[in-house]
Design a binder for this molecule. Sequence first.
Ligand code: UGA
Length: 442
Amino acid sequence: MNVGVVGLGFVGLSVSCVFADKGINVHGVDIDEQKLSMINEKKSPFYEPQINQILDKVLNKSLYVNSNLEECVKNSEIVFVCVGTPSNSDGSSNLDYLKKTCKEISEFLNKIHDEKFRIIVIKSTVPPQTIESEIIPLMEKKSSNLMGTKLDICSNPEFLKEGSAIEDMSNPHLVIIGTNNEKTKKKMNHFYSKLYSNSINIMNTTIVNSELIKYTNNSFLATKISFINNIANICNKIPGADVEIIAEAIGMDPRIGKMFLKAGPGYGGSCFPKDVAGFLNFVKLRGYSMPILESTHNINEKQPFEIIKMIKNKLGDIENKTISILGLSFKKNTDDIREAVSIKIVKSLLEQNAKIKVNDPMAMDNFRKIFGEQIEYSDSIESCLSNSECCVILTEWDDFRKIQPKKFLEFMKKPIIIDARRVFDINKFKDLVDITALGHGQ
Ligand code: UGA
């Protein structure tokens, strides 16, 4: 089968690679020529485990990428739209790329006179009702009423995570197919059952439920994180309390589950902050309210400042103090710093005239684009620690987890450590260095 994928960001490229690796012929399209030339050199424009190896295997065999949307639409039976829907300043979703893509697809469809029934699959995250109230009418208008006979639109949100996108896409826990059309439902079920050899859960539902599932899923996960971060901040103040032990215990209750209970400096990335804001905006515009999600958002906005409080508790006045930051990406195994907590923390520390040194295995180039020469970029953990008065762990990279107390003693001016990701064994560290761990009341 021939499919198209429009938008080769982290979702689109991961989806393209996994489809192509499983034997589907994929035509990937993007408007960014620089991105396309990198992919055509078998290099992913972003860091993602396994992706370059798959590109090496499938490029120009089952995966072709270029900027020719017309050719893509012509040759594909299913076109997956994975363009970005970033946040506007009021939290609403910016649908400009999505609308532009769908409009162009409709215009190309008008020129094609074959008998194919094509499905346009919206993978981009969109607010509930967007597809039925905006995308379908737009495409109907532009494609001379092909809708239902030669064209249909379906919702198929994606649940893959950065840093494990290939693994998640290869073994999804669930595939949601949102359609109100029987023919589309049959074709999409056939596509996914064949792709995964019948071994996955497929849920068929309406378009609006499918849109709501994506927002609800991300909102619930974000709420779990803010909940445990709230508990961590309380534990900070209670001698002997430890959020890690509490999370471990409650995670054993199958009704709660152990995932997404890791306290930290707040969630970041291109999804949770955007989707929480998007859902809150959607709810507000319709005259409803969702206080629980408002709290999720507010706790997350304040969480980086809890880390700053922890730094100041130890250092007092931070003016002219040298602070090392280990970890810049919004989580490990990615070079992505979109909405990363590190940005907020470094900005605030600079405003208070601290001297900042940073190290990250993957995200330094992206960080440099924001902070330029205002901070020092260290190529190694050792040089980042050298002469520093405080070290803050902001991302849980495996390399940081392996650091032994003697390294802090050897390189730092004063071995003060703020472990905002709970990567160290506090019992092992506490007699050797001055460590404050998030959610551990000392
Ligand atoms: C998230 C969802 O997990 C995916 O299912 C979804 O497909 C994706 O958004 C999306 O909507 O496209 P992602 O943003 O890649 O995926 O990353 P997560 O692993 O969910 O982490 C998000 C943030 O939460 C990170 O900053 C991470 O450090 C933080 N986090 C996560 C915690 O602080 N504690 C946890 O226990 C888990």
